[in-house]
Ligand binder design. Structure first.
Ligand code: FMN
Length: 241
């Protein structure tokens, strides 16, 4: 039987040595479908999941991950890529989707609701994501901070802020993936330790995209977990306000 969410959270550890055992590629792919269901900013889904099963590519990527055991012994790898550059395309997909939803409705306020929803993707999103050598972002930042003197306003409006937003969303997708793998008894190790320029070159990715993390995947070797789990005492990180 599959694990509950709490059981999967408890089971999951960063595994650095994997057994020489093949994973079922289809099952790993299903975990990536779960990744795509993660909450994400504005539903723009500015991510891409590269599921690496080719042994030669795993070897090259392991080298770009500084030959860490978690990459070197992995049966498969998943590269979580931040595709902030695709924001226009993804906004248009949302526009098309919303139009298809509203086309099926025929209520009194359907057109009003359609117009409000589309305005978000046609006006608000381009306002936030359009970047002209950082100049527009700086202008937005100054403008929003002046308005913010008088009323609550969203402050993270620079292109660099949007970059963080895309990384947050992609990391949530990665966590969905990692827990889905744990649910079925598969192991993972999230890695930020890599030469991202080399990683992008190996995967023929445009230089403008960013690597969020690379996840080593396999089945835990008995020596694959290096220490018992350590966490800062909960009362030091938890505050009820
Ligand atoms: C964003 C991120 C980057 C990480 N990078 C690496 C890495 O490059 N190499 C590695 O061995 N572990 C890496 N880890 C794993 C952490 O070291 C690990 O999660 C932490 O020590 C807690 O241990 P646990 O995952 O077993 O609970 C990374 C984890 C995260 C979330």
């Amino acid at each position: 039987m599959n694990k509950t969410v709490s059981e999967a959270i408890e089971y999951r550890r960063s595994v650095r040595i994997f057994k020489d055992q093949d994973l079922d590629t289809e099952k790993v792919k299903e975990c990536l479908v779960n990744a795509s269901l993660a909450p994400n900013s504005s539903n723009l889904q500015t991510w891409e999941f590269l599921h690496i099963t080719d042994k030669k590519t795993i070897k090259s990527l392991a080298k770009a991950c500084f030959n860490q055991n978690a990459a070197k012994t992995a049966n498969q790898l998943v590269v979580f890529v931040v595709r902030q550059d695709l924001w226009k395309k993804r906004a248009q997909s949302n526009v098309d989707f919303l139009n298809s939803v509203f086309d099926k409705q025929n209520e009194k306020n359907t057109e009003k609701r359609r117009s409000a929803a589309l305005k978000y993707y046609k006006v608000a999103i381009p306002t936030m994501y359009t970047n002209f050598f950082g100049i527009l972002g700086l202008f937005r930042y100054m403008f929003f901070n002046i308005v913010g003197l008088f009323r609550p306003i969203f402050r993270q409006v620079r292109y660099s802020d949007m970059r963080i937003v895309s990384h947050k969303s992609t990391a949530l997708a990665a966590q969905n993936f990692i827990l889905s793998m744990a649910e079925i008894g598969y192991d993972t190790c999230a890695m930020e330790g890599s030469d991202t320029t080399r990683v992008k070159k190996i995967l023929k990715l445009p230089s403008s995209v960013e690597i969020n993390m690379i996840v080593g995947c396999g089945v835990r070797h008995e020596k694959g977990i290096y220490t018992e789990r350590y966490r800062i005492p909960f009362d030091q990180v938890y505050k009820e306000v």
